[in-house]
Design a protein around this ligand. Structure first.
Ligand code: ATP
Ligand code: MG
Length: 233
């Protein structure tokens, strides 16, 4: 099934109920993401970007519709299979970096490999290689509080890629960075995409990032209202 799209979503519906209040966060989203594609998911606050990312990442389940990841129906996997799939085949990057504060950059990047059962020596070598790829070869021993915001986000990106996932899902990865650093991080993601072949789905508000993405999917009120490819107009 290696030729199957990384994600194939059909009619995804997600509804949140809180007491009497019901929010239709996704109202039937179709989306296909091919191997190695880079897709920016844009849209106003509350349009469903994070909800979509959580469903694609198998972190949450849709109320209706179907999702296949690399040709496998997510609904047919049990919780254990989903957890393993997430750990081994996906990478995540969040706005707040989500690095463990007591661990060094290298130890943070080793975590996905540790979860995948990779041995200590190989873990260290691959973590160092991933950190060198994001330009942090000189910071392997630094803890997150000893790094700048852009450096922390690059550690998070190295961690998301170290186990060579099929896809990296990023939610506002540059939301806490100044605009120059944000553009540098997006350019880094694009370069890593070329070298690794990993697909990237990036939710963002940032017009500079949206303009740099080769494909742009716009959400509004839980629906896809535009899907553009090629250079931004
Ligand atoms: N856990 C939840 N419980 C209840 N409602 C939720 C929950 N998560 C999201 N929502 C609602 O679903 C809608 C879509 O939220 P979502 O977080 O996907 O939007 P978003 O496009 O990521 O917005 P932002 O740009 O502000 O991050 C919003 O109206 C939100 O209030
Ligand atoms: Mg969001």
């Amino acid at each position: 099934m290696e030729n199957a799209p990384v994600f194939r979503a059909r009619g995804l519906v997600k509804r949140y109920s809180m007491g009497d209040a019901v929010v239709d966060a996704l109202r039937g989203v179709d989306l296909e993401v091919g191997a190695g594609e880079v897709v920016a998911v844009a849209g106003p606050s509350g349009s469903g970007k994070s909800t979509l990312l959580h469903l694609l990442g198998t972190l949450d389940e849709p109320d209706a519709g179907s999702l296949e990841v690399a040709g496998t129906a997510v609904a047919a996997m049990d919780e254990r299979a989903r957890t393993l799939f997430r750990r081994l085949r996906l990478g995540f990057v969040f706005q707040t970096f989500n690095l463990l504060p007591v661990l060094s950059a290298e130890e943070n990047v080793e975590l996905p490999l540790w979860l995948a059962g990779v041995g200590g020596r190989e873990r260290r070598a691959r973590a160092r290689e991933a950190l060198a790829e994001v330009g942090l070869g000189g910071r392997v021993g630094h803890r997150p509080d000893q790094l700048s915001g852009g450096e922390r986000q690059r550690v998070a990106i190295a961690r998301a890629l170290v186990h060579r996932p099929l896809a990296v899902l990023a939610d506002e990865p540059t939301g806490n960075l100044d605009s120059e650093t944000a553009v540098a991080v997006m350019d880094l993601l694009t370069a890593l995409n070329r070298s690794s072949g990993t697909a990237f789905v990036v939710c963002t508000h940032d017009p500079a990032l949206i303009a740099r993405a080769p494909r742009r999917v716009f959400l509004r009120d839980g629906r896809v209202v535009a899907d553009e490819r090629g250079a931004a107009a």
